[in-house]
Design a protein around this ligand. Sequence first.
Ligand code: GAR
Length: 221
Amino acid sequence: MSTPSIVILISGSGSNLQAIIDAVAEGKIHASISAVISNHPDALGLKRAQAANIDTIVIDHTEFAERSQFDQTLTNQVAKLKPDLVVLAGFMRILSEEFITQFEERLLNIHPSLLPEFKGIQTHRRALEANKKQHGASVHFVSNELDSGPVVIQARIPVLSDDNEKTLAERVLQQEHVIYPIAIEWFVSGRVKLLNNQVYFDDKPIAEAATWISNTLSLPK
Ligand code: GAR
């Protein structure tokens, strides 16, 4: 069997991208990254990809008069690469329905909250304002609704009494760097699949996502 290929979409810093690059290099993810695509020409993540000798592509959304033209260009570009998996790693554009349909069941996203809580932006601030005792991040398959779709794994951390938006964001991000490579390896190795909106783990339908809590992994149930 040939090595599964991954295309990664970013918009910014690319620290999750870096965690994935490192996991591939360390043999923790059995796949190759065929390209990194950014909608921002100056995204730091592009430099991270280039430093790892990964092809980079910029599709600058500001250069398109119509949103649909950007969407079409992105869809065509990713389709041309024929990826086994498309990974959204801080990609901050809402994807078109056509894109999601085309890559359905092989499209993963990471979101900085314990979904279904706090979809959208400013998740850390909202978790603090809501006095949450727990916060975290979720890796999920992408569906047509924003930050929705079946969750594969969640990292949960306590919200500390002296946490502010910055400290909480940093601690969640560290956890993201752990759970995203785990979920990606499960997908490329065939342990995790999505079929008809149901996640399967080792060929069994799951009712609960995996968790990563205090450095301990619990498998999906
Ligand atoms: C991450 O926290 C990721 O969960 C979030 O953007 C950040 C990207 O950081 N994604 C979303 O909010 C998607 N809705 P990175 O560029 O350093 O990986």
